[in-house]
Ligand binder design. Sequence first.
Ligand SMILES: Cc1cc2nc3c(=O)[nH]c(=O)nc-3n(C[C@H](O)[C@H](O)[C@H](O)COP(=O)(O)OP(=O)(O)OC[C@H]3O[C@@H](n4cnc5c(N)ncnc54)[C@H](O)[C@@H]3O)c2cc1C
Length: 416
Amino acid sequence: MAKVLIAGGGIVGLSSALYLQASGWDVTIADRGDFSNNCSFGNAGYICPSHFVPLASPGIVAQGLRWMLNPESPFYIKPRLNEALLRWGLQFLKSANKANCERNAVPLRDIALLSQHLYESWRSLPGMDFYYEKKGLLEYFQTPEKQAHAHHSVHDAEALGLDARVMDADEVQAMEPDIKLNIKGALYFGCDGHVEPNEVMGKLKSYLQAQGVKFLPHAPITTIEKKGGKVTRVKAGPNWYEPDMLVIATGSWSRELALQAGANLPLVGGRGYSMNFAHSLLPLRYPAVLMEGRVALTPFNGHSTRIGGTMEITSLQAPPRMNRVLGILKAAKGYFPEVDLPVPKLEDVWYGYRPCSADGMPFIGRSAQASNCIIATGHAMVGMSLGAGTGKLVSQIANEETPAIDMAPYAVHRFG
Ligand SMILES: Cc1cc2nc3c(=O)[nH]c(=O)nc-3n(C[C@H](O)[C@H](O)[C@H](O)COP(=O)(O)OP(=O)(O)OC[C@H]3O[C@@H](n4cnc5c(N)ncnc54)[C@H](O)[C@@H]3O)c2cc1C
């Protein structure tokens, strides 16, 4: 049986494990942690074909510069003299335009729809009966600018065949009778679903263990050796492995490993924070995005509501910042005036790093310098949504099958 070693136990690594194991590979997953926390756990859980606009989009740079002056704002780049950050920044500036959005809308929709369909299919696997609802997503707006943006988005979504419409404040309030809303209206995407990410990750790990997938906790991959255009040996923790195939799915930490495998990815980590509150404190019925505040809220099966946001491009070692958490809570107060959320202690706030590529598109494909190494990372704000689909595509690449969708937009070497 051919052996595959997967680096990284986030949703991308675990989903790749699922499809590789099902297609006959002997699968081992190594993680530097213990598989109980990474970006795939504390996210908002949106499974969202609606997110067809990549992070690198028009206006983001100007808006980001304005936000950087406010310590509670949803976006921050810590300026550093760091070659990788500079390369990423330059490529991001080049990519943040209309052409990037137009080129990538269909690819983002296609991988999201594939992924959503696969998540739905996972729920009939033994022990995988996780919470999943497909009731849509409401994106609240308060300003005429975002209202206009919502109308444009409906137009774009309809062109992509996605269910979207603009609603006025009364219509939205009728959908959310348990909480007073201070909004002008909302953009409703009927195509979106949501999960409770911690539950999906926990059940997926148990399912994979039952299928015979081996997990190596506290085994950081540090060295990848190549010879003759192939990976020959990989060091995970204290041990060396000689896999037939290596999958690099180490999220925001993928740049260094991909470089060893011959691919120079413009990729940085974008930190976000999230907190869970009892549903009675935030009694939402539908997932919601606060458009001006850039905050995401998700009700989980009636027991709790998660609230999260911010995008901090900073060192992966920098301590978390309370200002960002306060910014999230302040934004929520602006939309839910009658809700008083308690300020949690910083140590009780979850944070994770989104693997952000310079153009907002994932990297999924083989390294040109190591034919038995597949890279799967860079999913930024939509890694949970695209996780199941990415795993399927990784297995199709490994098995030399024709992938379910056109892979050109995800090419690993598209930045050279
Ligand atoms: C606040 C917030 C809200 C979000 N909401 C959503 C959402 O609603 N929908 C959505 O689709 N996405 C969302 N995201 C984004 C999503 O969470 C990420 O894109 C996704 O989790 C990335 O998954 P991953 O598997 O690539 O990386 P990760 O989940 O980060 O996993 C990478 C793993 O690699 C391991 N690792 C690192 N280096 C090594 C090494 N050298 N050797 C071995 N292991 C290593 C790490 O320990 C980690 O376990 C959100 C993110 C944040 C922060």
